[in-house]
Design a protein around this ligand. Sequence first.
Ligand code: NDP
Length: 281
Amino acid sequence: MPALGFGVFQTAPDETVAAVETALATGYRHIDTAAAYFNEREVGEAIRRSGLDRSEIFVETKIWISDYGYDETLHAFDKSAGKLGIDQIDLLILHQALPGEFDLTINAYKALETLLADGKVRAIGVSNFMPDHLARLLEETSVVPAVNQIEVHPYFRQSELLAVDSEHGILSQAWSPIGGITFYRGGPHGSTLQDPTIGEIAAAHGKTPAQVMLRWHLQQGRQAIPKSVTPPRIAENFDVFDFELTADQLGAIDALDTGVRGGPDPKEITRETFGRDIPEA
Ligand code: NDP
């Protein structure tokens, strides 16, 4: 799995083909989508148009909570693979835990284990799982998730969860890696892109704040999946392999953590409040 991928949350279907084609032409080889983003079909179209061999591209998608349950999740694979137009998904993950219906979550994960054993997916994982969700999952299932995709940016680092992930050999994958959720959703602490500390570090390297944040993830061993529909930003976010942050700079960014999440609290996810119908392929 490449260290840096490309996200398409909130990328409208009519913008997705162009964004993903641009990303693939730039050099990204990992695309992160989800059934609940309603753009898997367009991601598949961009992959076909890219001219790249399927084996060169790492495709990750997510099962939405409305499709949890053993049989339902097996069928959700068919829906996603059908829309993407591929036979095998590189990484298939559960989008959220359902804390109030954890048995359903476990059964969904057991379906992922079956898909893995059958070779329909190459790896399985989870997203937005907190330490207690991981503990219960590890107790009741046999395959350790390859990744836990979680909110991580300078204003919300989730240090304890990162430590739990690494203790179990689970790769932490940072969503909103440049703090998108701090500006597109608002919040108490303003935009990470405007942060003076990050700005100073960026100026010292002749780089941008987004590039500094991505470097912070990569140097601390996290995978990151920045999203953009803007070609110069798609290129900018990939141009992060020619500089290195110092230990002091990494520490200064760590110190910006506010402990306040931007996204929904994983404890509060229910099918009643977040359920959405995922159409057939
Ligand atoms: P990001 O941190 O990637 O920020 C995206 C936002 O930043 C967009 O508004 C984009 O605008 C803007 N942007 C991108 N690059 C730059 C740049 N270089 N300079 C200035 N602005 C920039 O946030 P996301 O929340 O989108 O997270 C990334 C990915 O993580 C998602 O696309 C999705 O794949 C995944 N994700 C997963 C979640 C989960 O629950 N598992 C939740 C949220 C995200 P524009 O597009 O207009 O250029």
